[in-house]
Each structure stands twice: as C-alpha cells, then as structure tokens.
Ligand binder design. Structure first.
Ligand code: ADP
Ligand code: MG
Ligand code: MG
Length: 366
C-alpha cells in the first residue's frame, strides 16, 4: 500500500506564494517515476487567513497557475485572503479537513512564521504522525535570529557582531530610544542591518547608513516583530550549503549567490534574473570544507532535522567566514538553491523528496 503524504502548503506568512511554488515542485516529484509506486499525494492548502482546505480544492490550487480567491468556509464572512491570523474571530482556524486523518506522513512546505517556526510542528507532533523537517525546538530556534545566534555562539561558530533589541525599547519609552541608538552606533557602526528576528525572505530588513535611517528602520522592524536584531554589516560573498539527515547530517557542495542590488532583498530573491547561482561556488577546497563542517555544526546546534540550508558570509580579503543563518524550510522549487545543491551532490530532486520522507519516518520511529 502507498504511503499517504499530506503536503501542507500556503500558510499565514509573507512567504505564502513562495510556499505555493515549492509545493508544486514537490507534488510533481511525488507523482512521477519511482515515487508513484510509493506515495499517494494528499495536498492540503492553508489559506492566508489560516483556514485548511480539503484535498480536492487544494489540488486545484496546486494545478492552477495563480492564487485562488479566498474560499470561505463560514457563511456571511467577507474576510479577505490577506487578513491576518490575529484578526480572525473563529477558534477553529486550523480545523483539519477530513482527509487529514488518513495522512501517514506530513510534508509541511511552509516558509516563515506559522510554518517554519515550530507552531505547525507542534500541531503535527500532537497528531502523532511523522513529518518532514525539524521539530518544535529546531524550527523555533532556526526561525528566531536571536536564539539562533545564541546557539551558534555556544557552538563556537564565528558570526558578525550583533545586538538584540525589543519592540518595547523602540516604542514604549521615548527616553530609552536615543540611548539605544547611541549604543548600537557605538557597538556596530555603519552600515548595519536591522532585522525583525522572526521572518524570512528579507521581509522587514533594512541596510542603514545613518542615524536617521537607523531610527526609521528600528521603528519599521518593530511593526513586524517584538524581537529585533541589529547586525554589523560585512562586505562579503554569500555562500550557502545544504544539509540533509537527522542525527548524523551530511553537507552538500557549496553554492554562491551573486546579484547587483545593495543586498539580497526580497525583490532580488524572487525576481527572475536578478540573482545568479553558482554551483559549486568558485572557492578553494579549504573554504568549501570549512563551510561544510560549519553547516553541519549549525544544524546540530539548533537541533534541526531532515533538511536545512545554512548561509554564510565569506570575506575574501581576510579569508574570514561568518555564519549568517540557518533556514529549516528553505525554498524548494526545482530551481531553488537547496535542491540544486543536492542535485550537484548526486541526489536528484525526486530522490531528495523521497529521502526527506524516509528521514521523517526514521525520526518518528526512534
Ligand atoms: P532572511 O532570513 O530574511 O534571508 P538574512 O539575515 O539572511 O535574512 O538577510 C538577508 C540578506 O541581507 C542577506 O542575504 C544579505 O544579503 C543581507 N545581510 C544580512 N545581514 C547582513 C550583514 N550582517 N552584513 C551584510 N549583509 C547582510
Ligand atoms: Mg532566513
Ligand atoms: Mg537569508
């Protein structure tokens, strides 16, 4: 009998559309070649408003090129698809469709908050059904840039200087704010990067070069998250390494991303032709080996599982390597860095998807 794979996609996050594209690629991989005999695809679409949709509707979403208008499960509701989770009054937002009870293994292809941060993972854990990727702890640690950096520091991984800031320091007390900015300037200098701690795809991130820009960026970042991080800016090449496995994770070949924009922002990430991938990265074997070693260390440091993409800054002038971040549910289209790195390392896309499901089963049975 075939294993029923609950492909969870969409979700309440700014990366909803990215998730849709990743899910399409994974759905295709599950319904061709060797995988057809092993797996039965059960797509489950999570709308932007948080509602879970049954498989027939979800399949249509996967097949159609564009986003559906919101399918409402309540009467007389005029909720828009873009409404936030918090604005929903219903307490059964994540009420699962009937097919969910038949799922043998979940594949949550959700990026960002509510998907990559441990919340969905907690729900799936409560269901007592295996799922692909990191558990609650690994997902939460990998999502929060402050927690992630603390774990990396503990593991001895080199990072840029940073300062953690809270929303209340920025908003609630006008006397604290100037001092906070003074401290940041003194500790980190310019340029520095202001980031909401729990986001992805560069959403809410600003590169700032002056006091005025710093103040604006902090205020803006506080509108996204209670937790904010400010980092010293480095001028560096951006290298990425894919990790696959559970307790004994393996690192892929290393890739590089190049672009002309000021930094790797949302537009550069998702506009065709704005960024180029080089696989393998044009760096020495010694640098490659260091990055691979650091990538698996980072994976273990946050207790990741299944998959993760670990991103680095390489300062060519000095030879320094800094770890930037880990992403526990990296972009997963056929042309995304994560599957491309494994393809170059000898694991084609369909096999990678199969491997991830097997890792989920292995982890669950332990
Ligand atoms: P996200 O999780 O949204 O991808 P990142 O922390 O990776 O956030 O930052 C997005 C991009 O911003 C990076 O890929 C890089 O181009 C730039 N960036 C972030 N932090 C720094 C830094 N400290 N120095 C230089 N560039 C940075
Ligand atoms: Mg990220
Ligand atoms: Mg990043």
């Amino acid at each position: 009998t075939k294993l029923r794979v609950g492909l969870l996609f969409g979700g309440c996050s700014g990366e909803h559309e990215v998730s849709l594209n990743s899910a399409k690629a994974i759905a295709t991989a599950l319904t061709k070649g060797q995988n057809t005999d092993k797996y039965e695809l059960m797509p489950i679409y999570i709308q932007k408003d948080g509602r879970w949709q049954p498989t027939d509707f979800s399949q249509q979403v996967l097949e159609s090129g564009n986003l559906p208008s919101s399918k409402l499960t309540d009467d007389n509701s005029d909720t828009e698809t873009t409404s936030s989770l918090a604005s929903q009054s219903s307490s059964n937002l994540w009420q699962t469709p009937p097919q969910a009870a038949q799922v043998d293994v979940w594949f949550p292809v959700l990026h960002g908050p509510n998907g990559e941060d441990g919340t969905i993972q907690g729900l799936l854990k409560l269901m007592q059904v295996p799922f692909v990727g990191s558990g609650v702890l690994g997902s939460a640690m990998g999502m929060d840039k402050i927690a992630m950096k603390m774990a990396f520091a503990q593991a001895g991984l080199p990072q840029v200087k940073y300062q953690a800031v809270t929303r209340s320091q920025i908003w609630s007390n006008p006397c604290v704010f100037p001092k906070l900015c003074d401290d940041i300037e003194a500790a980190l200098g310019y340029p520095c990067f202001v980031k909401p701690a729990n986001l992805g795809s560069s959403v809410g991130i600003a590169k700032v070069r002056s006091r005025a820009e710093l103040e604006t960026a902090l205020d803006n970042a506080a509108s996204y998250d209670r937790r904010i991080i400010v980092e010293a800016g480095v001028e560096a090449r951006e290298l990425e390494c894919a990790v696959l496995g559970n307790d004994v994770p393996k690192a892929s070949v290393v890739g590089e991303i190049t672009f002309d924009s000021d930094f790797y922002d949302y537009e550069t990430k998702y506009t065709e032709g704005k960024a180029d991938l080089f696989i393998p990265a044009r760096v020495s074997e010694a640098i490659t080996a260091q990055i691979q070693e650091m990538a698996t260390q980072a994976f273990l440091a946050v207790d990741a599982a299944g998959l993760a993409r670990v991103d680095f800054f390489y300062v060519e002038k000095t030879g320094e390597i800094f770890i930037n971040e880990i992403n526990t549910m990296p972009g997963f289209t056929a042309t995304s860095m994560y599957p491309m790195l494994w393809k170059a390392s000898g694991i084609p896309f369909d096999e990678l998807v199969d491997c991830l499901i097997q890792l989920a089963l292995e982890r669950h049975s332990k």
